[in-house]
Design a protein around this ligand. Structure first.
Ligand code: MG
Ligand code: MG
Length: 260
């Protein structure tokens, strides 16, 4: 069952989403060759607790850390570790918080130093597809309209759209109805209504769409070992239109400063 949110609940969810956005913005200033994903995970946990919230993933389904950190061919659900990031890597950071009873959950794929042009394009196209999906989040449309827009944009570039993992409703639980696939047909699926809040999260592979799970029981990797990108926003429908509750502004401001 889809739990539509009131305007008051959406305001609380905006606060949770904004805290995730700020956490990712803080991390953006720390990502560089030589830094470990475990170090970044600890920084995020401290930052979230300092802001009077609780890490949303830590302990959820027994996940051991604050962040899912997925490097290169890892798609999602990577477990932070002590291995240093290297020049040319990409790292997808997925972060959740629980604050005032509501979850925020969003993700961004970062470049570590200089990356190959074909990987830079993957990141740009995957991010564009997230916004194309969001544009379809209009009252009266259906979830399939979001899915179709995301799939079509990525497949224009020959990228693999992951099937096994999908976006989701968000609220007092991290994963609520409906499922929000990144592939699908226009005009299919649940009708989009005012008060719907979902996490839209394209997971896009440079090569094959096929993935597999590592023996750690968590990490999802591409079947062909090629890199994968992941971008996620939390979006509400207000007055019939999409309102993005999270933001990449903190990240993008930090990256501009670093590159000056
Ligand atoms: Mg997420
Ligand atoms: Mg999510």
């Amino acid at each position: 069952m889809i739990k539509l949110k009131t305007i008051e609940e959406i305001e609380l969810m905006r606060q949770s989403a904004q805290l995730v956005s700020k956490t990712l913005g803080m991390l953006a200033t720390e990502i560089r060759p030589g830094v470990s994903t475990l170090y970044l995970d600890k920084l995020a946990e401290i930052f979230i607790r300092d802001h009077h919230a609780v890490p949303g993933f830590l302990g959820l389904y027994d996940f051991p850390n604050t962040l899912c950190m997925s490097v290169n061919e890892q798609v999602v659900h990577g477990i932070p570790n002590k291995k240093p990031l290297a020049e040319g890597d990409i790292v997808s950071i997925d972060c959740g918080v629980l604050q005032n009873g509501f979850y925020g959950d969003h993700a961004y794929t970062f470049a570590v130093g200089e990356i190959a042009p074909e990987i830079q394009q993957l990141l740009e196209v995957a991010k564009q597809s997230l916004y194309l999906g969001i544009e379809q989040m209009i009252a009266g449309n259906r979830i399939g309209d979001i899915s179709f827009a995301i799939q079509r944009h990525n497949e224009k570039y020959g990228y693999g759209v992951v099937r096994e993992l999908v976006g989701h409703g968000l609220g007092r639980k991290m994963h609520e109805s409906p499922e929000v696939p990144n592939f699908g047909k226009r005009g299919r699926g649940p009708v989009i209504k005012n008060g719907l809040v979902i996490a839209i999260e394209p997971m896009i592979n440079l090569g094959t769409k096929n993935v597999k799970q590592l023996s750690d029981g968590w990490t999802i990797v591409t079947a062909d070992g090629k890199p994968s990108a992941h971008f996620e926003h939390n979006v509400a429908v207000v007055n019939g239109k999409p309102e993005i509750l999270s933001t990449f502004d903190f990240i993008e401001e930090a990256l501009v400063k670093i590159n000056q």
